[in-house]
Design a protein around this ligand. Structure first.
Ligand code: GRF
Length: 183
């Protein structure tokens, strides 16, 4: 039985796309059951629509609190019954209550050498610190599932580093998903 995967996005959705493309082959152990964006204008929604994938917008600006938004997200997920929830450029902090309810099912991708540079402006901070390597970790409640390393080259800008990290992410995230679905 294929694992059921929900993917949460906020913007471009290139990692969501990489995950969905990876899930296309019949022998991949997972399938996308819901894509949720908290932003109605998220570019990634175009892909979900074009591919005919189940998708929903839960616009955080329409909720009076973080807890109310998370409750709506929780309800949508309950209906989709995911075995795994992949955060893929999802730019909302989730409340501890939400994370507890989905404990063991949430995975995230972050474009830095965690525990270095959590949060925003990761590449800018790595460049300013003179780092020579960037790492793409996958986290599960803080546990690192896997990491890919890319070099930081002299003359790198946020844009060139972002492109290199993202290319690595697009390989790594589907590989991690596969690993989690088969272990
Ligand atoms: C990725 O670099 C991811 O690591 C971070 O946000 C970015 C999302 O990009 N959390 P995309 O929306 O998947 O293109």
């Amino acid at each position: 039985m294929k694992k059921r995967v929900a993917i949460l996005i906020s913007g471009r959705g290139s990692n969501m796309r990489a995950l969905c493309e990876a899930m296309k082959p019949a022998d991949f152990p997972a399938k996308p059951v819901l894509i949720v964006s908290n932003r109605p204008e998220a570019e990634g929604l175009d892909y979900a629509k074009a591919e005919g994938l189940p998708h929903a917008v839960i616009d955080h600006t329409q909720y009076e609190s973080r807890a109310a938004f998370d409750a709506a997200l929780h309800d949508a997920l309950l209906e989709a019954k995911p075995d795994l929830i992949c955060l893929a450029g999802f730019m909302r902090l989730l409340t501890p209550g939400f994370v507890e309810k989905w404990a063991g099912k949430l995975i995230n991708i972050h474009p830095s050498l965690l525990p270095k540079y959590p949060g925003l402006n990761t590449h800018q901070r790595a460049l300013e610190a003179g780092d020579t390597e960037a790492v793409v970790p996958e986290m599960d409640a803080g546990e690192i599932i896997d990491q890919a390393r890319v070099p930081i080259l002299p003359g790198d800008t946020v844009e060139t580093l972002d492109a290199r990290v993202r290319a690595a992410e697009h390989e790594l995230y589907p590989a991690c998903l596969k690993k989690l679905c088969t272990r």
